[in-house]
Design a protein. Structure first.
Length: 245
């Protein structure tokens, strides 16, 4: 039942203490107990993933790296376009989540999809370069997220794209034309999410637009399932950028 599955997931998120000396150990400790129930709950929690995937132009023979791809649920968003891709890498540090991804790959017969247990800031694809790097609610969970973005620019082909969807809060004084969040939004959500080692940042969008040529950016809000303040929506953004030459 969804209720029991949600209860197990929410209790893990709220009450389970995150332990481990390394980032990998902390991730595995947090996700190992909820890996099988991960996708259904995150589908309702993590907004905008389907829209982002449908906004990235697909070309035949592309190589795509989904950084922090976890269970591989994002790959479903390709639909039939997955057949046009030469290779898709699901890169993550949680072996429990990647085990679910391997099951999904086998069940769908995706011969061009491969899981990789590796660090987002150091992983090098066998091809050396990829055409698309995506971060789907993973930058907020990467301690050195700025290094992950820098590394993405290094492994992207000259005409490569970065696609990002994630939680965030605005700066107190954002760039003209960008969404400005109030004091409580900027203050409450980072503290709330930090209990699960998720760190919504006011610097994601500014840094991404500094490193990439901005092609599209949407700033939205979505409800958090089972949150006591159900009327208070969490900000998230969807961004597509092109590598600067």
């Amino acid at each position: 039942m969804r209720f029991l599955s949600d209860l197990r997931t929410v209790s893990t998120m709220v009450f389970k203490r995150v332990r481990g000396k390394s980032h990998k150990e902390r991730l595995e400790g947090f996700y190992s107990g909820q890996a099988k129930a991960y996708d259904d709950f995150r589908r309702r929690l993590l907004k905008g993933r389907e829209q982002l995937w449908s906004s990235v132009p697909i070309k035949d023979g592309m190589v795509w790296a989904d950084i922090g791809g976890g269970t591989g649920a994002n790959i479903q968003n390709f639909g039939d376009n997955i057949k046009r891709l030469k290779k898709v890498y699901i890169v993550d540090l949680s072996e429990s989540l990647l085990a679910i991804a391997d099951e999904r790959i086998k069940a769908n017969g995706w011969t061009n999809v491969e899981t990789v247990c590796a660090d987002a800031t150091t992983w090098i694809p066998p091809e050396q370069k990829v055409d698309v790097v995506s971060f789907s609610y993973s930058l907020t969970m990467i301690p050195d997220w700025f290094n992950a973005i820098d590394h993405a620019t290094e492994i992207l082909a000259d005409d490569g794209l970065v696609a990002v969807v994630d939680f965030y809060v605005s700066r107190k004084y954002p760039e003209s034309g960008r969404t400005r969040h109030g004091f409580w939004t900027r203050s409450f959500w980072p503290v709330w999410f930090s209990c699960d080692n998720v760190f919504p940042s006011a610097d994601h969008i500014p840094y991404l637009t500094h490193k990439f040529e901005l092609l599209s950016l949407e700033e939205n809000r979505g409800r958090i399932p089972w949150h006591p303040f159900f009327w208070w929506k969490m900000p998230y953004y969807q961004l597509i950028g092109k590598k600067k030459l």
